[in-house]
Design a protein around this ligand. Structure first.
Ligand code: FEO
Length: 173
């Protein structure tokens, strides 16, 4: 496997693993603060990021490279409020999208069309994840800090198809 592509894929493995831990921290915080819908959403999202990481690990190894399982920075323990949580989620996804785009660029520069093809799944996934994060954040901003509204938002998130979607990587996971 091309060493530059392998390094970039390993960097991406670290980002997906960090995303999983970050969203797990958000899930735990939400659960501890009585926001069960948000907790469910974030636990599921954390699982999806672990799936993204595993998919990369397996691809690198199957292509004759060596996947490196990374150390992960400790995520925050506290968040200000739901707006803060979903703003961080969106910003994090934007950072991941930039990283995926960079990976696409490296594949083209190195003429690694197999990895380029594989990475297209992540390109589509990032589009969906950013759109989802933006739509949730828009809803929170509409509510504008109203406590009753936030309660309804959390309950809706718990009951929504988004929160109940399976982790399979093929349908927006
Ligand atoms: Fe795997 Fe949400 O990026």
């Amino acid at each position: 496997m091309n060493t530059r592509v392998e390094q970039a894929l390993n960097d991406q493995i670290e980002k997906e693993a960090s995303s999983s831990q970050f969203y797990l921290a958000m899930a735990s915080w939400a659960e501890n603060n009585g926001m069960n819908g948000t907790a469910k959403f974030m636990y599921q999202h954390s699982d999806e990021e672990r799936f993204h990481m595993l998919k990369l690990v397996k691809f690198v190894n199957e292509r004759g490279g060596k996947a490196i399982i990374p150390a992960i920075a400790i995520p925050p323990k506290e968040f200000n409020d739901l707006t803060n949580v979903f703003e961080l989620l969106l910003n994090h996804e934007i950072m991941v999208t930039e990283s995926i785009n960079n990976l696409v660029d490296i594949c083209l520069q190195e003429k690694d069309y197999t990895t380029h093809n594989f990475i297209q799944w992540y390109v589509s996934e990032q589009l969906e994840e950013e759109a989802l994060a933006r739509s949730v954040l828009d809803k929170i901003k509409l509510i504008g800090g109203d406590k009753g509204g936030m309660y309804m938002f959390d309950r809706d998130l718990e009951n929504s198809a988004i929160a109940a979607a399976p982790v399979n990587g093929g349908t927006g996971a």
